[in-house]
Ligand binder design. Structure first.
Ligand code: SGN
Ligand code: CA
Length: 528
């Protein structure tokens, strides 16, 4: 080869590698932290909260907080599938936890990120049954996973029990992966915690936290569900011992006690070493003895269960917040903060006693909402609160656009990038669509779909078809609900059919039909 050709080639090569190097530097890394069942009411940057979450708040204070952040289907597996694909449940095929197996051969955001030159990694809860695809590295909990000494399923198909508290273990693994990654490429890391899922088993170091705190009952704790049949006919009441188990959920247990879920409870606690079990039971035995010395009934018992629930949830949240702090310190000390998007969200919101409930699923505000805060990389100048309505189907196109990849046209979400620049765009979506499917199932929340605008919400609880065999023989429910969120933010008054809202109702029906058409949800043809 002639001398000048060699020179030209090496210059081209050099330019290419500079270009590749510059790309790697300018395209942001993404650390995508997602928890399970963590709700905005238990996050202090969202407003008055009974717990402080300084590390999560830091993300919001240094970045943006989405005030109107919603899921498309308020349940773990479905939410995760929406987020991975940028599509609603009827398109990605994973409509419910009970029967869903995620089709990992379909197009997903991690696969597209890989094609765009990103390293992709997933640590923690996955909950999609099939093994993950599109990740260079994964290390996951199986199903719901465990809080104490959790079992992990590794990429090579082996399993191992990892010593420690789940939230710490997941964070350790995430940090280890970042340390060992190939540093020539940008990365997207999914850090997906089990916290704060039921049954809220705390880190032993936090056993005594919040024990002096009395939590206020939400104003609608003693809801009578007037005019809302589906809300009346669920199984997620704190008051009900069937729904919230005194042993499993509230940890009021002494040897010999038994309940529907006591074996499950003991199996989880017995994962601790004998010494740690001693610490655990010493604390809980004294609570249980005190309770049994003065047994409670009726409303006093329900309020006791509420306090225990809130304390355990708060303890689990405390460890989560501290671990987010630990991750942030790693990014900071490795000079990664400048060029990393840090996202914090949950797979859905949760009821902290509102309507008398725990759990999620309903399209009412607490579980339709999911917390979403982001610390932005260089070049994205938006700060403070974002009030536009966003959904978890928007994460995929957002990450893809930030990575400089083309967003495929079949993705149904909308990139949030315009919202992360200086100012809000003039035009944004005026309504979001929701569809929940898992019935009959645990907690017995009816199937429903609906629309939410900035001010109103229209929901249809529809009777399930014959294909879904209901062996529970519960009455069929076919009911519409309409809420004015401005005058009734806690959704206590179903205004459907109220003559003063006739025009609003008609408009919402029309817009709902448009959205079902736009998103191509076949329910439109199935329900008269
Ligand atoms: C478990 C819980 C439920 C919860 C579902 C779904 N029961 O089945 O209370 O609603 O998960 O949660 S438990 O007895 O196993 O604790 S999700 O967040 O994974 O969708
Ligand atoms: Ca969840």
């Amino acid at each position: 080869m002639e001398k000048h050709t060699i020179l030209t080639l090496s210059i081209v090569n050099c330019q290419l590698s500079i270009c590749a190097f510059a790309m790697a530097q300018t395209r942001p890394n993404i650390v995508y932290i997602m928890t399970d069942d963590h709700t905005a009411q238990m996050m202090s940057c969202y407003g008055p909260s009974p717990v402080q979450t300084p590390n999560l708040d830091r993300l919001a204070h240094e970045g943006v907080l989405f005030r109107h952040s919603f899921v498309a289907n308020s349940l773990s597996g479905p939410s995760r599938a929406c987020m991975l694909t940028g599509k609603f449940s009827h398109k990605n095929g994973f409509t419910n936890n009970e029967h869903g197996i995620f089709d990992g051969s379909q197009q997903t955001m991690p696969k597209l990120m890989q094609l765009a030159g990103y390293q992709t990694a997933l640590i923690g809860k996955w909950h999609l049954v099939s093994t993950p695809t599109g990740f260079n590295h994964w290390d996951i909990l199986e199903g719901q996973g465990e809080y104490y000494n959790p079992t992990f399923l590794h990429q090579d198909g082996t399993r191992s029990v990892e010593q420690g508290y789940c939230t710490d273990v997941i964070t350790d693994k995430a940090i280890r992966w970042m340390d060992q990654r190939d540093k020539s490429q940008p990365f997207i890391l999914f850090v997906h915690h089990k916290a704060c899922h039921r049954d809220w088993l705390p880190d032993l170091k936090d056993l005594r936290a919040f024990e002096d705190q009395t939590f206020d009952l939400p104003a609608n704790f003693w809801d009578d569900y007037l005019g809302r049949t589906a809300a009346q006919d669920q199984e997620m009441n704190i008051a009900s011992d069937h729904d919230m188990d005194l042993i499993y959920d509230n940890k009021i247990y002494l040897p010999g006690d038994a309940s529907r879920l006591s074996e499950l409870y003991l199996n989880y606690v017995r994962r601790l070493s004998p010494e740690d079990q001693k610490t655990y039971f010493q604390f809980h035995d004294s609570l249980s003895r005190a309770f049994k010395a003065h047994p409670l009934t009726g409303r006093a018992l329900t309020e006791f269960k509420f306090q225990r629930y809130m304390r355990d949830y708060a303890k689990v949240t405390k460890s989560l917040d501290e671990n987010v702090g630990r991750l942030m310190r790693y990014l900071e000390s490795h000079d990664l903060l400048r060029n990393t998007l840090v996202v914090y969200t949950s797979d859905q919101g949760f009821y902290m006693g509102e309507h008398g409930w725990f759990d999620k699923r309903f399209m009412y505000e607490e579980s339709l909402n999911t917390p979403l805060v982001m610390r932005l990389p260089e070049g994205y100048r938006r700060r403070g609160e974002v009030s536009e309505m966003v959904q978890n189907i928007d994460y995929a196109p957002t990450f893809l656009e930030m990575a400089g990849a083309v967003v495929p046209p079949d993705i149904q979400g909308q990139s949030l990038v315009p919202l992360l620049k200086d100012n809000s765009p003039r035009k944004w979506r005026d309504a979001i669509y929701y569809h929940y499917y898992e019935f009959p199932a645990e907690h017995m929340v009816r199937r429903h779909y609906g629309i939410r605008t900035q001010r109103y919400k229209l929901i249809h609880f529809y009777p399930h078809t014959a294909a879904a065999q209901d062996t529970t023989h519960r009455p069929r429910i076919d009911q519409w609900e309409l809420y004015d969120l401005q005058t009734d933010p806690t959704e206590m008054h179903n205004l459907y059919g109220n003559p003063s809202y006739r025009k609003v109702q008609r408009q919402l029906h029309r817009r709902l039909r448009q959205l079902q058409k736009q998103y191509d949800d076949p329910i439109e043809q199935q329900i008269p």
